[in-house]
Design a protein around this ligand. Structure first.
Ligand code: IVH
Length: 668
């Protein structure tokens, strides 16, 4: 066989094998036996070995996983991965429907899909080839797990259909079938390894393995639920998913188009019991507005789309005995009671602990030691106690009382008027508070300092090397290297990562400070309103509460934080190492200039990112939309704007505004 014959044969075999993969893994309708399939795969493998010039990352032979191991790199999502609002009742779902009808006058069609319980994944395809697969991560950026995802056979590596966008992102849920999960856990128990808690954890854990060969052996699957591209094939979600199914992706058969909310409720009640027969865990139903233009009209909140909602089935309950209650002190000093339980099986996993939230909750349950309690697993990882079986109570059992002193440092606990939680006021010296603050400071969404885990922080704290964030920037090689478990290489990495963190943007620095009640979103808001830390330090309660989203509680917490000299001193030290305490080159212009305007962004920009333009449009009262229609006010056109958008805009006579024109408009 000569080279060109080999190439032709390799191409044919790859196409054939992909076709069989699709029939087997996606359609569940194989045409050939496993044996025949293996023969084809072997033939391809032999040819690729003989003609290594034709080896390709996207060959089906690579599905079994290569031996390359690689730490995961991180990639930013082009379209952030948002979460969904949850509801648990028919009433809430009807409210959702009513809410949408208030903004939209035409009839609304909904698409119902099972809510699969696995690990979400975002996969980019370029010219039909699987380019990169990234985990959800923090929603903005995630881990590149491409090599692992390529071992999942229901995900096509190469799409042959002609009608695909040159570049698109497809999202879905990576799943481990329950049967595989059970088998895997049996093996793990035999090998004296900790079993996985549930199929979701097993799927997520598998996706993060460093050896794709092991991933390949775990029979993961992937259900697709979202297609994103500059230009989508259809103007509605349902047809887009069906189109993707035609390209070879696996879309759940349970998907249904509903004309109204009653049909949605029928779907939900049908699948409540039916879902138990599926090979995968599902925990609810996702309800999405079908029309993309209606979706655009509804838009997003900071966290989730307004056009979709997750209906969660009521969690299963189990009964078990309360053995003891321990009290944990968190990073902000909040004390949380935790119930230690006799292990019990609950929706597929063993439960040993449950959160009790606060004193009110304990009193409400009238909890006694050794009580038989009902536990329920909601959406959270930690289950909760929802009731007590009083008939089982022993007369002499002791009532659970909330502690009055910090279990870590002995300081008397405080409970503020109107707040549910107790907290330890020994902000400066209570060890878990100090360590917790530092852990928060270095976390991914804050200063993103790698290599410093909980254990290393413990170590540094115990050796008296760190007492606050500023101490991190004074750490020296010779202090780190002698510590147990820290070699020269990891010490160097830690120091490098600490140095790099100096460039963290101001809003994340503000979040990193760990001021009570100042989460990521509030930090963003205050960074935008108070351009430098000194503006913020000097702001009074009134000035703070005049900012939308900042109430008296947050304002008081900010003022109290900056009235503490230790905090101010630490900020001075952080400033002196170069940490950013002012907003730089961020688009911050605001106003109402774009009120009522619906704007489509298209093309590549020089001054700001697409996300920044989206933000700018919203901050100026406008709405961002992804598809051109009669409603579009204008197109913010960058370089290399999509051809079909251009044509549509011309056809409808929609004005196009360049980047510089746009900036001029809103600068006025
Ligand atoms: S749609 C903006 N559809 O649930 C649209 N999500 O709570 C966001 N999930 O992170 C997602 N099944 O991992 C969608 N049919 C489905 C889903 C689904 C499971 C997961 C997904 C997402 C989370 C949202």
């Amino acid at each position: 066989m000569n080279q060109s014959e080999a190439k032709a044969k390799i191409d044919t075999l790859r196409r054939e094998i992909e076709e069989h993969n699709n029939r087997y893994y996606v359609l569940n309708r194989p045409l050939i036996s496993d044996f025949e399939y293996d023969i084809l795969l072997n033939e391809l493998d032999t040819l690729e070995k003989k003609f290594p010039e034709f080896i390709s990352d996207n060959s089906p032979t690579k599905r079994v996983g290569s031996d390359i191991t690689k730490e995961f790199e991180q990639y930013e999502h082009i379209y952030p991965m948002l979460s969904l609002g949850n509801t648990y009742s028919e009433e809430e779902l009807r409210e959702f429907d009513n809410r949408l009808h208030k903004s939209i006058s035409q009839p609304i069609e909904y698409v119902c899909e099972s809510k699969f319980d696995g690990a979400s994944i975002s996969i980019t395809y370029i010219n039909g080839s699987l380019f990169r697969a990234v985990t959800r991560g923090d929603g903005n950026k995630g881990d590149d797990v491409t090599l692992n995802v390529k071992t999942i056979r229901s995900i096509p590596l190469k799409i042959t259909s002609k009608r695909i966008p040159a570049e698109f992102v497809i999202r879905g849920e990576i799943l481990m079938p329950r049967a595989v999960f059970n088998r895997l856990n049996e093996e793990r128990i035999k090998a004296e390894l900790t079993p996985f808690a549930n199929p979701r954890n097993a799927a997520a854990g598998t996706l993060k393995l460093l050896d794709p060969r092991i991933v390949a052996s775990r029979s993961l699957d992937c259900m697709i639920y979202f297609l994103l591209a500059e230009e989508l094939p259809h103007d509605n979600h349902y047809d887009n998913l069906k189109e993707a199914a035609g390209w070879g992706f696996k879309v759940a058969e349970s998907i249904r188009l509903c004309k109204n909310i009653d049909e949605v409720l029928q779907f939900i009640s049908f699948w409540e019991s039916e879902r138990k027969k599926l090979p995968y865990d599902t925990d609810g139903v996702v309800v999405k507005v079908n029309s993309l233009s209606q979706q655009n009209e509804l838009g997003f909140t900071a966290k989730s789309p307004r056009w979709a909602i997750a209906y969660k089935y009521k969690a299963e309950e189990a009964t078990t005995r309360l053995l003891s209650v321990t009290f944990q002190v968190g990073r902000t000093g909040t004390v949380t009671p935790v119930a230690n339980l006799e292990p019990v099986l609950l929706s597929g996993s063993t439960v040993k602990r449950a959160t009790l939230h606060n004193e009110d909750q304990i009193n409400l349950l009238d909890l006694h030691l050794n009580d038989m309690v009902y536990v329920e697993k909601g959406g959270e990882i930690i289950p909760k106690i929802v009731g007590v079986d009083h008939s089982e109570r022993n007369e002499n059992s002791k009532k659970i009382v909330f502690i009055s002193n910090c279990p870590e440092c002995g300081t008397a606990l405080i409970k503020n008027e109107g707040e549910a939680n107790h907290f330890c006021p020994n902000y400066l010296h209570c060890p878990p508070q100090i360590k917790g603050r530092i852990e928060h400071f270095i976390s991914r969404k804050a200063m993103d300092i790698d290599g410093l885990g909980e254990e290393t922080i413990d170590l540094l704290f115990n050796k008296n090397l760190i007492r606050n964030f500023a101490d991190l920037y004074d750490l020296k090689m010779e202090q780190l290297v002698p510590l147990e478990r820290l070699g020269e290489k990891s010490a160097a990495n830690i120091l490098k990562s600490i140095r790099t963190s100096i460039d963290t943007p101001y809003r994340r620095v503000l979040f990193a400070l760990g001021i009570r009640h100042v989460g990521e979103t509030v930090a963003k808001t205050i960074a935008w309103r108070f351009k430098t830390i000194d503006d913020l330090i000097n702001a009074g309660i009134d000035q703070l509460t005049s900012v939308y989203e900042i109430g008296p509680k947050i304002a008081a917490s900010i003022v109290s934080y900056f009235s503490d000299n230790d905090n101010l001193e630490m900020i001075e030290r952080l400033k002196s190492v170069g940490i950013r305490f002012s907003e730089m080159s961020e688009p911050t212009l605001t106003g109402n200039l774009l009120k009522g305007k619906i704007i489509v962004i298209s093309g590549v920009f020089k001054e700001h990112s697409r996300e920044e333009y989206k933000e700018l449009i919203e901050k100026n009262g406008g709405k961002n939309s992804t598809s051109v229609s009669g409603n579009t006010s204008f197109i913010l056109a960058g370089d290399d704007m999509g051809q079909s958008k251009k044509e549509k805009a011309d056809e409808l006579g929609i004005p196009m505004i360049s980047e510089s024109e746009f900036l001029k408009i809103i600068d006025k």
